[in-house]
Design a protein around this ligand. Structure first.
Ligand code: CA
Length: 372
């Protein structure tokens, strides 16, 4: 949802905990990491204090933004200036959007281990049991299976456990006007300004104080971590209480995720992905690279991929289109999958194969645990 980039979508806690978990088998490494985490927290605190005196309302670009909000949407300039007087600079957001240092190879199994783990699976079973009726109704209305909605809400926030505690006005304003110096800085600032605009419109339409909205360091809100623009466009009132609340209503979160996927290409009853085995040799390297580089959509008849990969599963229907997905595992062999447009619909939530596969996988694992 444009979530794409946001969609970092993971709270600071998830990231830190996930990183720690990766090092858990080695007590020494874990201890070292813990020290490092404390050092990071301490440096974030320090840099936060450096910026305690930031007054966004005095920034020229913020002033221009206020003018635009007044001209475009009829906001009162004095009122909006007073709103930006209360915005606090979030140094942690700046640190967390910086790209990871290069060098570490992609590793699907390590990524998977952060999300397909006992705590999340147990929480998923309880969530599914509690909201079985809402999940069934969402599946009925939007064609998105409960398994996928459950997998997605589990990956995003462990079913509402990690929705983020930053004031969205603070993080969005910080990122919109002081994004760090990266190659895509201009585009990212434009993105966050647009989300800030949507945040203010969302609050005004709901008759709420914009500072009441809490979210991740990147401004993603509630159980499904929707950005303000996605809330305005795709969130639904699924419990029928007359308002949309993605933070306190699991039903609204369930309906909104299903509606989002349905409007981003999800097709009812279409399968999602099938494991595949590479069968071609080095001589087909160029064809393999071309197939992997086709983009986030299914464009090959099954027959066309048969010279590159085989699928053990006889279930892959021959009459639909597929894309070829690779999940790299560091030094270990890469996993290959045949993906349908429903797999790619999940990437519209977050443009990452790892992300989409973890949603698919977590949903399946929770479903299996529930059947036991
Ligand atoms: Ca509602």
């Amino acid at each position: 949802m444009k979530l794409s980039s946001r969609l970092l979508l993971t709270s600071l806690c998830t990231i830190l905990c996930g990183t720690l978990a990766l090092h858990a088998p080695d007590a020494h490494a874990a201890k070292k990491k813990k020290k490092k985490t404390h050092a990071l927290a301490s440096s974030l605190r320090k840099s936060a204090s450096v910026h305690d005196n930031v007054h966004f309302s005095q920034w020229k670009e913020v002033d221009a933004f206020i003018d635009r909000m007044a001209g475009r949407h009829g906001f009162d300039k004095a009122q909006l200036t007073s709103t930006f007087d209360q915005v606090r600079y979030v140094a942690a957001a700046i640190q967390l959007v910086k790209p990871a240092p290069p060098g570490r190879p992609k590793n699907w199994q390590a990524y998977r281990a952060r999300f397909i783990e006992p705590h999340r699976i147990e929480a998923g079973v309880a969530f599914w049991d509690k909201y079985a009726a809402e999940l069934a109704r969402a599946e009925q209305e939007y064609g998105v299976p409960a398994e996928i909605i459950v997998g997605l809400l589990g990956v995003e926030t462990i079913f509402g456990q990690n929705t983020g505690s930053y004031r969205v006005m603070d993080t969005l304003t910080t990122l919109a006007f002081d994004y760090p110096d990266t190659p895509n800085r201009v585009a990212r600032m434009e993105f966050f300004r647009s989300e800030l605009e949507n945040m203010l419109l969302l609050a005004r339409d709901a008759g709420l104080d914009p500072f009441l909205f809490k979210g991740s360091y990147a401004g993603a809100i509630g159980w499904p971590q929707f950005m303000p623009d996605s809330i305005r466009q795709f969130a639904v009132d699924f419990d029928g209480d007359g308002r949309i609340d993605l933070t306190d209503s699991a039903a609204d979160a369930i309906g909104s995720v299903a509606h989002y996927l349905a409007t981003h290409g999800w097709k009812k009853n279409l399968p999602i992905a099938f494991p595949a085995t590479l069968t071609c040799g080095e001589e087909r390297h160029a064809d393999l690279t071309a197939a992997l580089g086709r983009g986030l959509h299914a464009s090959y008849p099954l027959q066309d991929l048969k010279s590159l990969v085989s699928t053990a599963s006889s279930e892959a229907p021959p009459n639909i289109l597929y894309g070829l997905v690779n999940l790299e595992n560091g030094e270990e062999p890469t996993e290959y999958w045949l993906a349908t447009d429903n797999f790619y619909a999940i990437t519209r939530y977050n443009r990452s194969y790892f992300y989409a596969m973890s949603v698919f996988d977590l949903g399946r694992v929770i479903n299996a645990a529930r059947m036991k």
